[in-house]
Design a protein around this ligand. Sequence first.
Ligand code: C2E
Ligand code: MG
Ligand code: MG
Length: 724
Amino acid sequence: MINKTPQVNSQQDNNNDRLELVINATGASIWDWQVITGELTLDKRWAEIVGYTVDELQPTQFSTWSNNLHPDDFKKAESLLAQHFNGELDFYEVETRIRHKLGHYVWLLASGTLVERDAKGKPKRMIGTHLDITERKNNEERMLVTTQLLNESQQVGHLGGWELDLKTGDLFWTDETYRIHDTSPEEFNPSVDAGVNYFLPESKEIISMALDEAINNGTGYDLELETYTTKGRQIDIRTTCTVTQEDGISVRLAGIFQDISVNKADKRKLEKSNADLAKANSALKLSAHYDSLTGLPNRILLADRIEKAVARSLSNNKLVAIALIDLDGFKAVNDSYGHNVGDELLKKVSSQLTHVLRKGDTLSRIGGDEFVAVIRDFSDPCESDAIVSRMLESVSTTLMVEGKLLKVSASIGVTFYPLDSASPDQLLRHADQAMYIAKQKGKNRRHIFDIEEDVALKHHNEKLDRVANALHNDEFLLYYQPKVDLLTHELLGVEALIRWNHPEKGVLAPALFLPAVEHDILAIEIGKWVINTALQQLQHWLSLGYDIPISVNISPLQLEHAEFVNDLKDILAQYPSLKPGRLEFEILENSALKDIKSVSKVMKDCNQLGIHFSIDDFGTGYSSLTYLKRLPAEFLKIDQSFVRDMLIDSDDKAIIQGIIELAKVFDLKVIAEGVETPQHGELLLSLGCYIAQGYGIAKPKPAQDILTWLVEWKQTPCLVDGSV
Ligand code: C2E
Ligand code: MG
Ligand code: MG
């Protein structure tokens, strides 16, 4: 507020008014200090600045000022004052804080001059002004904080800035831009050329062009480049540029300069790990679907290819051949030259085979030396046969592997879909079965899977299973058929004949089930069961007081079996009271002839155990006299086919006569089986054969019926007509 005093018409008054106006205009307050007395005159404005009325401050002293001074500012004010008093400073000026009535501090700029000294030269009076500079100080402080914050955030973000005055050529870098360049304003004087020269060659070219564009055309940029720092450290940076133009001419360029090395490194790491991952993934995919040695599809991918080929065949009505190729002689190569050579050979063979196949066909490696070809889209098996032939040829050509000439061949099994309308899995199995037959037939050939044969095989296997179950379920039993002396009517023994007491079909003859197991290990198991059961029966009869020898039929497989004698010993050991000669074996003439040396050895071993042999069905085989001589048998059992027809067929009769003569020569006994009528018995007796077995005497019967029969036989030992 301007304090207007009454107008005085004098020069002095005018001057005073003017002074007051000026002071009011500056906003300053006036102070007047009697240094010696400490009296301090402060005006209304000063009082207002610190929140008081003038009256509240009366009387004002130096202490009015000094007591309210901010403790931190006291020393500074005092020292400046001292300097002014001693003449070091012409003018006293200090920025200090004074406590406001409300408790906060206000900033004052105190300025003043010593206007009077006493006689001794001591400061006496000083006059000056106080100016409220709180707002300016607050602004300065805010600016400082903001600048600090900006600086810190630039540091944290590695974000610098730059500015180029195109008129003067002055280049300004912010602190962070220096730091990014590993330098400081004291150490380095930035220039456009120096800055550009630090860039790596490729980046240098880019930044130079970008700068030219900015200067000449006013086009800004935002680039990610590579540069060296002033200390030679390579970094990744982002630099942008905004252009200021005046009258179409670029006058100022400014932008940011950011160190993005960490981001870039992370990005590169990420890219690298992504690439590694992609590589690993594709390797994984490859190893999951491809054979690592040959690079061919493996079994998993093959399954997929077969499925697709089958689906395609259904839609285009063409055939698919599944060919399983197994190398012959590969093991020998591996064994003689080592696995490396073996592996190389496999690679060569796989490439040979691939060349033979057409586009769209598949060659897969499914095991060591096993390959599968899926040949599609042909109308006649002959077409694919040409390819199979070429595959055979290609494998059997002599190959040079690691300096060695090697020769293998292939056995190939083929099946055709949909002629063989099996599942993909079964198709493979069928091709494998066919390949196995190709091997058995002498290798280096193909064999086509035979569906009918397969069906028969399946039936056969089912039969085997049923017989195995029967054995397991104790469904077999032994019937016994007496052998008698036609002269004395004595019971010489019984032949054990197996029956299957089938739960649904009743009692079955051996012809209905034994042939199915003839070549199977099951025949041996059944054989053991028969011997054991016969021995139990022997012992049972003995316990009842009947000493009836039992002859048991031994199958060819059983006789050939290496463990036959040992197994027999084990069984016999369970019947220690058994007398020698009570158990007899009947072996077929043909099986005895198979391997005469080992068979006669087995027979001799059995003889040692007290077991005698009959050559069964004698006359149907082709025993030479020499062989007959070497077989340690006791009986020749004339085959019933000769006996049955001897009454009407003179040839059969002659054969029987011949056998009887032969037996005499070799000191063997003769039994005739199939003696169905009393007439048969009579004729046999007249020919000199008096041991007989047949329906005319007794049909095979369960063990418990034998004793009943025996009682009857002893009472009336007559042959009956048992012909069928
Ligand atoms: P095989 O050893 O020559 O037994 C004689 C077969 O002739 C028996 O048939 C018997 O019932 C039958 N037979 C006996 N006398 C007459 C007759 O007067 N007229 C007619 N038509 N047949 C008569 P089966 O029991 O059916 O046995 C057939 C063949 O099965 C046996 O011929 C034998 O080779 C084999 N076999 C029987 N049981 C066993 C066994 O336990 N093990 C082995 N491996 N083979 C056995
Ligand atoms: Mg027999
Ligand atoms: Mg026989």
